[in-house]
Design a protein around this ligand. Sequence first.
Ligand SMILES: [Zn+2]
Ligand SMILES: [Zn+2]
Length: 199
Amino acid sequence: MRKIANFASAIDAQNAVLYLLEHGVVARVHIPLGDAQFYRLKPGQMGAMEVHLADEREREVAEALIAEWRALPAVDHGWDEQAEADLSRLDPAITITCAACRAELPRAPGAIDGTCPACAEPYDLLERVVTQHGPEALDACYPEPAPIVPEHVAIPAPVPCPTCSYALADLPVIGRCPECGRDYDKLAIIRAYVLGEGS
Ligand SMILES: [Zn+2]
Ligand SMILES: [Zn+2]
């Protein structure tokens, strides 16, 4: 466990991670329970989000940065647009039906909930899409994710060498580990970690 902080919403957790990345600390959002994609649906309702550190040695710095971030006035980091699914981008071939009576639900622009025109049962369109077609059906509804970390952040970042865990701070993005002599690619290490592919 490399948990560094808890957040009430996915947006706060993502923004805190972005703040850490901007300051050269590699971290990611960790969802204690549930599908990794589901958090994008209802950011305020998923309970505790955790932020995890790639490298335990950065804990002190990361804690200070998180405290700094919490003290900032709410800033638009550009990530919160991911919170809202744009259902107009949904595959037109997908049908969404009422859970109660199976009538097809209307897909009016901007309307993400309402009551079924056939049986008056309330519905949540995002919930219906995920239930009927899986969270991947919503992939087209979100903007392309921002690049994870720019080079000027990756160079000073003390990411651990994948072979020997040596902290590769202030070394080129692609190079050879001075400790064990193996090749590394910092962007690949960071990408794997932030996307949850690493350990
Ligand atoms: Zn109905
Ligand atoms: Zn190494």
